[in-house]
Design a protein around this ligand. Structure first.
Ligand code: BG6
Length: 493
């Protein structure tokens, strides 16, 4: 069994502690880490929120959340007793002083040198004020960290304002900006794949790779987030952070080491090399879509505008041809696509290698399929490499592409921890490697802002697609124009 190393005693304060993220992700993640014995007895979890609530009511709320979001066999009475004893509730309105004073009294009472983490699962407009209050209430010392949930801003300027505001009180090394994709096991595995296998890196460039596809598909709609989403859209919600992080990990040069600084420097170089998309190029290099009514898994579902209750010009789907203008990737496009209400939930990266230089096989051997490496991030985490083989039998030379399949689930047979489990532990340990530096956020917004401006200038509005399909026709045309096609699940073997 894996050995889990405990972290030093901490107070973790979650602002927005009764909200959706805390209930669905953070508290179940903390429960699991407690279950594996990683928390000292004195460590506490404090939820801060505006509503009036007693500790007992909060404990009950958390119990209900665990019952809802964790499978029954992952709950355990003895662990629950230990975990529930750590939970505290603090009524606090971030913008008024009373709750802060009480919180400060509570946190200072222990007198020991514990790690103090403030997790802001709130609207980004409250980040600056929260940082100020934390500072003015004397709660920042060498063991204090602050965690910022995404989105950090809605464009480069607002992100800078937030980062400046928080940066007035916290050093950059104390600020942990979450992109939960960086905590996913398979995303971490990308570095192992690229830099721990001598076989791939020599081929990992424009000479051998025709193009790369990165797909993050979801079958869910925007649900009760429709209003929030209407100010965000797929480009800001998914591309600015998760998809660009994936692109960076695939495209970056080998870093000097796995250290935070070395990896971040390489990622920033990729972001800076992204060719800007302008009003002149946006029509050819992007596709925007919005789901209309359709069917998912045999059930009829509403369109986005129906869920929202009004017409909207926000995209729930986006596809982009990204060109990286550097020595390694010039001429090898990266196609990104993400959307809600697509046929399935699947995130994967497809590395499409080039065709062999010259075929020596007779025409009847069949078409030569170039090799393709598929990295499945979720679900069924694993990798698949297609190889061309000869079909058995004496009936002439016939070629056939077959998959070499590596399923992490079958191989390791362990529970895959949720990304938040890893990220919370890294914050508590004080290890910033899996978080975004402000320079990364800034460089990512610079490219995204360009696309938003281009859409507005060229008046590109979302094209409708039926829920349960792979997005608008524009997405197909985007690749078709380059004589390529999106890889769909049933395309292989
Ligand atoms: C979040 C987005 O960051 O990621 C959501 O705001 C999206 O809109 C979610 O549904 C997807 O995360 P995952 O881990 O389910 O792929």
């Amino acid at each position: 069994m894996a050995q889990f190393i405990p972290v030093s005693t901490f107070d973790l304060v979650i602002f927005g502690g009764t909200g959706d993220l805390a209930q669905r992700k953070l508290l179940p993640a903390l429960f699991h880490r407690d279950k594996d014995g990683q928390f000292t007895d004195d460590s506490r979890i404090v939820a801060a929120s505006r509503g009036e609530m007693t500790n007992e009511q909060f404990v009950q709320l958390v119990r209900d959340a665990l019952d809802t979001y964790l499978p029954a066999d992952e709950l355990d009475d003895a662990v629950w007793e230990r975990f529930s004893a750590r939970l505290r509730y603090q009524t606090l309105d971030i913008t008024t002083p009373e709750g802060w004073q009480e919180l400060a009294r509570r946190l200072k009472k222990t007198g020991d040198e514990r790690t103090r983490v403030f997790y802001l699962a709130t609207m980004p407009s409250l980040f600056g004020e929260s940082a100020r209050q934390i500072s003015e209430n004397g709660l920042i010392d060498a063991h204090t960290r602050i965690v910022l949930e995404k989105p950090v801003g809605s464009d480069r300027e607002s992100a800078r304002e937030i980062n400046d505001a928080v940066g007035q009180y916290f050093a950059e090394s104390q600020i942990y900006r979450i992109d939960h994709y960086l905590g996913k096991e398979t995303v971490q595995n990308l570095s192992a794949l690229r830099f721990a296998n001598a076989l791939l890196e020599p081929l990992w460039n424009r000479t051998h790779i025709d193009h790369v596809q990165i797909t993050v598909a979801e079958h869910i709609g925007t649900g009760n987030r429709a209003q929030f989403y209407n100010h965000t859209g797929a480009l800001r919600d998914m591309v600015q952070n998760h998809m660009l992080q994936l692109l960076c990990l695939v495209a970056m040069e080998p870093p000097l080491s796995m250290s935070h600084d070395d990896v971040r420097n390489e990622k920033i170089k990729v972001l800076k090399a992204l060719r800007p998309i302008t009003a002149d190029t946006a029509k050819r290099s992007t596709a925007r879509g919005q789901y209309a009514a359709g069917a998912i898994g045999g059930e009829a579902v509403d369109g986005y505008a129906d869920e929202l209750g009004e017409k909207s010009e926000i995209e729930t789907f986006v596809a982009i041809r990204a060109d990286i203008d550097n020595w390694r990737w010039n001429g090898t496009p990266f196609y990104l696509r993400t959307g809600k209400r697509l046929p399935t939930k699947a995130s994967e990266i497809v590395i499409q290698f080039r065709q062999v230089t010259h075929s020596i096989f007779p025409g009847q051997a069949g078409e030569l399929q170039p090799n393709r490496l598929i990295i499945r991030l979720q679900p069924n985490e694993g990798m698949m490499l297609t190889m061309v083989t000869k079909e058995p039998g004496p009936g002439g030379f016939q070629l056939r592409s077959l998959p070499l399949n590596l399923s992490f689930n079958d191989t390791y047979q362990v529970r895959y921890p949720d990304a938040y489990e890893r990220l919370l532990m890294e914050v508590l340990r004080g290890n910033p490697a899996l978080f975004m530096h402000r320079a990364e956020v800034d460089a990512a917004w610079a490219w995204i802002d360009g696309i938003i401006d281009a859409w507005s200038e060229a008046k590109i509005t979302p094209q409708a697609y039926a829920a349960g399909t792979w997005g608008p026709t524009g997405a197909i045309v985007l690749l078709d124009r380059d004589d390529r096609a999106w890889f769909e699940h049933d395309d292989d073997d």
